[in-house]
Design a protein around this ligand. Structure first.
Ligand SMILES: [Zn+2]
Length: 453
């Protein structure tokens, strides 16, 4: 395959500095060479204006939640009333409509500079819990959607067996369940063998939450993660009610329960980790478990503010996710981590912008089973995300404060070009699939018609 070259007006190079005049050579999916001190674009090179970052990784996504944007914002309520709305959307989807919706959502992500998504997948089966002819058809739809939108995907297949400790699944939840953990594992084994050797797909696993997987079944999920050396993600302590129920059922916190059953470690990501004790923090950090913060969702659902800096200082790498897609903008997620800490502590300056960019890039890719991605070096995945420095939001940026400008002032709308795994999927702010707004509108209208009928 022939070599393509991209000339970056400015590029974010390790160990975390913006460098002017950088030529990046790409062959197939990989960066082959990086030359600095190139004052102008050589002949044949594609010019990338502004600041070019490595690819952003959205470490926690539920694609179909995008259909809830706006419609859950009018009423009062809690996480639990929001969840009823979410279940109503989940009830409408089939493999075709899921593909259409997820493709549009992943295209929205590509427009925001995201080149890899961790899709936490639990909508497995047909209504009533009946498996489709191919029991992994919904997972295949998500993988196809990511490819067509130009993203790599870690499909984190979630085990979801109960509606709470000792509570059977009911209603829409039946679509999430495999009956028992061994049947879940068998389905995941089939999915894994189908995608073996595909470099742009990682089949990982998930404990949906300690509500949804009985304590004595958690090890089944941990065993699959260990056997295949793949990521294990879990929603952890997003809500105080989850902690209370776990204490009542098992006499310990969700973090302690996961640790007891072998589910913590460097391959594991605890999503949210909002309401933690000091002992929980020590267990997560001491085991090298990662933590995915989803601040725009956590504030939307009135979850609370997790102890991100304390976890990071204790040893847990931090990643970022847009989760429910109340917005899809990893710059907003990144600055919210710092701004939340300011509100909680009444002090400024907890997170240097470069550390937040690392969370949005390399740390996220690592947690999704794509180590070495999310950094501009030879041999890494060829992901180039270019951010305008001449928009109303970013114009006038001080050359010595470009990371701060991007993290604290840019939005997803400032991303004008995205090369993802060597494919130029966004140019001049346009996605190769065309009008992503129209694709989203059409896909979401379909879910509304289904839920009305
Ligand atoms: Zn989630």
């Amino acid at each position: 395959m022939r070599e393509l070259t991209y000339w970056c007006e400015l590029a974010w190079l390790p160990p975390g500095r913006a460098v002017a005049g950088v030529l990046v050579a790409v062959r197939d999916t990989v960066i082959t060479r990086i030359d600095t001190g190139v004052p102008s674009p050589p002949r044949g090179a594609v010019r990338l204006a502004g600041l070019t970052l490595p690819g952003l990784a959205n470490a926690h996504s539920h694609a179909f939640h995008r259909a809830l944007r706006g419609v859950t914002q009018r009423e009062r309520g809690t996480f639990w009333t929001w969840r009823e709305r979410m279940y109503a959307v989940a009830g409408t989807l089939d493999p075709d409509s899921y593909l259409t919706l997820a493709r549009a959502v992943f295209a929205e992500m590509a427009l925001a500079g995201i080149t890899c998504v961790g899709e936490f997948h639990y909508l497995h089966h047909a209504p009533g819990g009946r498996p489709y002819d191919d029991p992994n058809v919904m997972g295949h739809a998500l993988i196809q959607a990511a490819r067509e939108a130009g993203l790599r995907i870690a499909l984190l297949d979630a085990c979801y067996l109960t509606g709470g400790a000792g509570v059977p699944l009911s209603g829409v939840q039946l679509r999430f369940g495999d009956g028992d953990a061994d049947r879940w594992a068998a389905r995941v084994e089939e999915l894994t063998s189908r995608h073996r050797g595909e470099r742009d797909v990682e089949i990982g696993v998930a404990v949906h939450s300690v509500r949804a997987v009985p304590a004595d079944r958690i090890h089944v999920v941990a065993d699959v993660s260990r056997r295949h050396a793949v990521p294990l993600h879990a929603h952890v302590s997003e809500q105080r009610a989850e902690n209370t129920a776990c204490e009542e059922a098992y006499g310990m916190s969700p973090v302690r329960l996961l640790e007891t059953h072998g589910a913590l470690g460097p391959r594991t990501t605890a999503v949210h980790a909002t309401h933690l004790s000091e002992a929980d923090i020590a267990l997560l950090a001491g085991s090298g478990t990662r933590v995915c913060m989803c601040p725009t969702t956590e504030r939307d659902l009135a979850d609370g503010i997790g102890p991100a800096r304390t976890l990071f200082d204790a040893g847990s790498p931090i990643t970022l996710g847009s989760d429910s897609h109340a917005v899809v903008d990893l710059f907003e997620e990144a600055r919210a981590v710092e701004l939340n800490e300011r509100l909680a502590s009444e002090r400024r300056g907890h997170w240097p912008a470069a550390e937040l960019l690392h969370a949005a890039t390399a740390a996220g890719h690592d947690s999704l089973g794509f180590p070495g991605a999310g950094v501009l070096v030879p041999g890494a995945w060829a992901d180039l995300v270019s951010v305008r420095l001449d928009s109303p939001r970013t114009a006038g940026a001080d050359p010595g404060h470009l990371a701060e400008t991007v993290v604290f002032a840019a939005t997803a709308a400032d991303v004008h070009s995205v090369v993802s795994g060597g494919r130029h999927v966004v140019s001049d702010g346009r996605h190769v699939l065309g009008d992503v707004g129209a694709l989203l509108a059409e896909a979401i209208a379909t879910t509304r018609q289904e839920s009305a009928s």
